[in-house]
Design a protein around this ligand. Structure first.
Ligand code: IVH
Length: 671
């Protein structure tokens, strides 16, 4: 018979083991509910048998904060790549580059590199010594995995004297196919593919575990550097190799016209390679051109990932489910008999909208063809075999969640629920968006938690999220939670009460205001107070504020209408009032360009410039200027090219400062 004492000792040991698994190894061995049950039993024993020991010992076991990876802010953001899929896309990509730079037909030169299916990493060297390694994270802030990188044999720990004193090198950590198979063989926990295995191994708080997993590294990109390293990307790769980094041996310097053949060549070599790749990355070789091209949104203009063709499969369309998004859009989703498509189990595919279902002529019960390309949601391509006794799908005219009428504007493909905030689907989707990565990024408030909290009345609107810490006790008592998780959630929420303006604007989930537009707006208006006041003023059609909003380059009248509609709703204003009481919204970053004479200025370009318009605009913006399409009292500079018309005239009438292209180039540091 177990004595109370042995039971108590056993409980303490199991709690301690669960703590180590949770905190140190990032791999919980039991549910929070089971953990809580153990603790409750131990506490009860201690209450009835005080002789068992020191209550403090038990209190301490679970009270440690979860040690997490330290965060590292990337000196320059770690961005992603735009994708292309077909041979026609590549010349188009080249044409875009030429248009941006105003180049003639001279072929461009590229470095083509296999796109490694792993995780990107940033490696910093100071005074020629390896100092830190960070994961990509959200692009701005990554996790400090220095100790784990040190376990990679292929990582150079010192750089030779010809390397800059401070340099950041980027690359991909991956696991070879052979090491992945061996790892899965050796343990019960199976990883789905080498990429997941690499991610799981790199994100270990205990680096001795990483040391046992075999990870590899290819270096392929530049981060910050105290001195230039090369004039071309190809030369840069040679340098990396000289410094001891592994550079992918299949990388090749090619001319624009050779891309298609190279793509086919790598596609053929793919299966026999010792590691997974999912395409080829093409990078403009000339680094001066790269700098001029810069970035658009989250991806560079000077590189593209040409992905391998989508994997196809067939399956049975079991049902068409209608999902309701945060702006009320009704989106049909195909539920399929689960099928393996190129190594990934697929059960759902998008059907886009009601016209698409009709166009593809698919009925529930049909056998359909589907495809999956990269990380894109799988798509239904079309009908393979008509099922028995099937009939065309009738798209609902009412919201399947709240029952409100769903309407379709004449020029729109999408049908939308008119329920607004009375539609639970729209509200939960907005809340999910609010907490998501690019927005408030609240760890612990994932989709499932938001839905549950909403259903149980813990949160009804965004401000309620910041009231959750007051309910920590109640959350701790919820099934599957427990004290630790509830405390972590409180910490995560409190940690997000300071937020940058672009993220805040994006988090509001206003129709058509994605991350890009949120950034444009934040940069234009600078502060939250100014943005809010201007948006409220812009609700009036024809007002100066509305004209200003619509003329921000990249925003345009349609988005202005959506913003005005948002600010015209009293309940949205009430939400903003409430959020303001919890938050500190920091001003839009001026990107360290305050010393440029263009910083903070509003510029209009007009007439023909010798420099291509897109480049001129991007350059001005990167220096902190706001580029607008129309001239008004608020315009600081009008850059006038050849054959300028009404805008130049208006600028003179208003007595604005007019610049020649040459003067602009001077101010923009281009001469
Ligand atoms: S260059 C500014 N080169 O692909 C972008 N990326 O889809 C710099 N990747 O996050 C990236 N192989 O993790 C580059 N040869 C290669 C790559 C590569 C794999 C990954 C990388 C990036 C992702 C974008």
């Amino acid at each position: 018979m177990t004595t109370t004492k042995t039971r108590f000792t056993d409980l303490l040991a199991r709690i301690a083991e669960a703590n180590t698994a949770y905190h140190t190894h990032d791999a919980p061995v039991m549910s929070d509910a089971a953990y809580d049950a153990l603790r409750r039993e131990a506490e009860a024993l201690l209450a009835t048998h005080p002789e068992l020991g020191d209550a403090q010992a038990l209190a301490e076991i679970g009270a440690k904060p979860a040690p997490k990876f330290k965060k590292i802010i990337h000196a320059t953001p770690m961005l992603s790549l735009d994708n292309i899929f077909t041979p026609e896309d590549f010349p188009e990509f080249c044409a875009r580059i030429r248009r941006f730079l105003g180049l003639d037909d001279t072929p461009l030169e590229f470095v083509a590199e296999p796109k490694i299916d792993g995780l990107s990493i940033s490696l910093t060297y100071e005074h020629h010594k390896f100092t830190t390694a960070a994961t990509r994270g959200d692009g701005t802030e990554g996790e400090d995995v220095t100790a784990n990188l040190l376990t990679l044999k292929s990582l150079p720990l010192t750089l030779p004297k010809d390397a800059p004193a401070k340099i950041e090198i980027r690359g991909e950590v991956y696991m070879t196919k052979a090491d992945f198979l061996a790892l899965n063989e050796s343990q019960d926990k199976k990883f789905a593919n080498p990429r997941n295995a690499a991610a799981g191994s790199l994100r270990q708080l205990d680096s001795s575990i990483t040391a046992k997993r075999k990870l590899s590294l290819f270096a392929y990109a530049q981060g910050e550097s105290s001195a230039p390293v090369a004039k071309t990307h190809w030369e840069y790769l040679q340098k990396l190799q000289d410094w001891g980094f592994a550079v992918n041996p299949l990388s090749k310097l090619i001319s624009e016209s050779a891309a298609e053949a190279f793509q086919t060549h790598i596609g053929t070599a793919r299966a026999a390679l010792p590691y997974d790749i999912d395409g080829v990355v093409y990078k403009v070789n000339d680094l001066a051109l790269q700098a001029r091209l810069g970035f658009a949104g989250r991806a560079p203009r000077w590189a593209i990932a040409w992905k391998f063709p989508a994997e196809r499969a067939s399956s049975v369309l079991e049902d068409i489910e209608i999902q309701v998004g945060r702006t009320g859009a009704l989106t049909p989703r195909a539920r399929l008999t689960p099928v393996n498509v190129g190594g990934v189990l697929v059960q759902y595919a998008t059907l886009h909208n009601e016209d698409e279902i009709a166009r593809k002529d698919v009925h529930i019960g049909d056998t359909v063809e589907l495809q999956r390309a990269g990380d894109v949601i799988p798509q239904i391509i079309g009908l393979l075999k008509r099922g028995e006794h099937t009939k065309p799908f009738v798209f609902p005219t009412h919201c399947p969640v709240c029952g409100s009428l769903a309407v379709r504007d004449t020029d729109e493909a999408v049908r939308r629920c008119t329920g607004g905030l009375s539609c639970p689907a729209q509200v939960t989707e907005r809340l999910i968006h609010f907490c998501s990565r690019g927005a408030f990024d609240i760890e612990g408030m994932g989709e499932k938690t938001v839905v549950e909290f909403y259903q149980d009345g813990l949160i009804k609107s965004a401000p309620d999220i910041f009231r959750l810490p007051e309910q920590e006790q109640k959350i701790a008592e919820r099934e599957g939670w427990g004290k630790l998780s509830a405390a972590n959630l409180t910490a995560a929420i409190q940690g997000r009460r300071t937020i940058a303006l672009p993220r805040f604007i994006y988090a509001l989930g206003i129709r058509r205001v994605g991350e890009n537009n949120a950034k444009l707006l934040a940069r234009h208006y600078g502060t939250y107070a100014n943005w809010r006041a201007s948006m409220q003023a812009a609700t009036e059609i024809g007002s100066d504020a509305r004209l200003e909003l619509g003329s921000i380059s990249g925003v345009g009248p349609a988005i202005a209408t959506d913003l005005a509609a948002f600010f015209a709703e009293p309940h949205n204003l009430a939400t903003l009032d409430a959020l303001e009481t919890y938050l500190t919204i920091t001003d839009a970053p001026s990107a360290g360009t305050s010393d440029s004479p263009l910083a903070g200025k509003t510029i209009v370009f007009t007439g023909t410039l010798s420099m291509a318009r897109p480049e001129a605009k991007a350059r001005a913006e990167s220096l902190g200027a706001k580029v607008t399409e129309s001239v008004s009292k608020k315009t600081d500079f009008v850059v006038v090219g050849a054959d300028a018309g009404s805008k130049a005239k208006k600028a003179t009438e208003l007595g604005l400062k007019i610049l020649t292209e040459e003067e602009f180039r001077e101010m923009a540091g281009l001469n």
